[in-house]
Design a protein around this ligand. Structure first.
Ligand code: CTP
Length: 213
C-alpha cells in the first residue's frame, strides 16, 4: 500500500534566477515519510527544494514549481491509497516568466501574480476510495479556516498548525476529522507528531498495512 506525501516549498520563477517561495524546511513531510515507511507502507515523496535528504526506501520525486508538483502527484495518484499534503505550496506565480535574468530599469517594478493550481484539491476531486489529509497553516480564525479547507479540498482529515511550525523541530497541532471533530491535540517533535499521525491514519482511514493496493 502506497502513501503519497508532498513536502517542502514550491518556487515560482520571475526569471531564470529569481523566484517567490514559502518558508518551509520540509521537516514535517520528511518525518511523515519516515514514519510511513517504518509502519510498512510504500512511500512516494514529492518534494520541493529542501536541505534534508530523502529517507532511504522511498520513491523520491524532486520538483520545483507548483505545476511540477501537480503533474508528479497526478502521475502516481491512481496507485496510491492516499495523500498527505505537507507541502508549503506557493499560491501565486508571476504571470510572465522572463527568460534569462531581468535587468534593472532604475524604476519600480510591478509584478502581476496569478494563482497556482491547488494540488490537494485536484487530488481530492479525483479520489476514489483514497484518503486525503491536508495541513492548514493558519494565523487567524484558525479553526474556521481549517474547516473551510477540509471541505473545499475534500479532505478526510486536516492538521491545523500555526506559523510557529515553520523551520521548527517541534510543532503543536490539532487533528480534525472529516466531521469537523477534534481527533487529537498533540505537541512534541515533528517526528513524534508524524508517528502519531501515521498511526491515526492507519487506524481510521485505511485497514492494516497490506500490499493489496
Ligand atoms: N495546498 C496544495 N496546493 C496549493 C495550496 C495548498 O496542495 N496550491 C495544500 C497544502 O499542501 C496543505 C493544504 O493544501 O495541505 C492547505 O494549504 P495552506 O497553505 O494552509 O492553504 P491554502 O489552500 O493555500 O489557502 P490560504 O493560503 O488562503 O490559507
Amino acid at each position: 500500500m502506497r502513501f503519497l506525501i508532498t513536502a517542502g516549498p514550491t518556487r515560482e520563477y520571475l526569471d531564470d534566477v529569481r523566484f517567490l517561495t514559502n518558508a518551509s524546511s520540509g521537516r514535517m513531510g520528511y518525518a511523515l515519510a519516515r514514519a510511513a515507511l517504518a509502519s510498512g507502507y510504500q512511500v512516494t515523496l514529492v518534494s520541493g527544494p529542501v536541505a534534508i535528504a530523502p529517507p532511504d526506501g522511498c520513491d523520491f520525486v524532486p520538483v520545483r514549481t507548483t505545476q511540477e508538483l501537480l503533474e508528479a502527484c497526478e502521475r502516481v495518484w491512481p496507485e496510491c491509497a492516499g495523500v498527505i499534503g505537507a507541502a508549503a505550496v506557493c499560491d501565486y506565480r508571476p504571470k510572465i516568466r522572463a527568460t534569462g535574468k531581468m535587468k534593472k530599469t532604475g524604476g519600480p517594478l510591478l509584478l502581476e501574480l496569478v494563482e497556482t493550481p491547488d494540488v490537494l484539491a485536484a487530488l481530492g476531486r479525483q479520489k476514489e476510495n483514497q484518503f486525503v489529509v491536508g495541513f492548514a497553516l493558519e494565523s487567524q480564525d484558525a479553526r474556521e479556516n481549517a474547516l473551510r479547507k477540509l471541505r473545499g479540498k475534500r479532505c478526510d482529515a486536516i492538521v491545523l498548525n500555526a506559523p510557529t511550525a515553520i523551520d521548527a523541530d517541534e510543532n503543536t497541532i490539532e487533528l480534525i476529522d472529516r466531521h469537523g471533530v477534534t481527533a487529537g491535540e498533540w505537541s512534541g517533535s515533528k517526528t513524534d507528531i508524524a508517528d502519531r499521525l501515521i498511526a491515526w491514519i492507519s487506524q481510521n482511514l485505511i485497514g492494516p498495512a497490506s500490499d493489496d493496493l
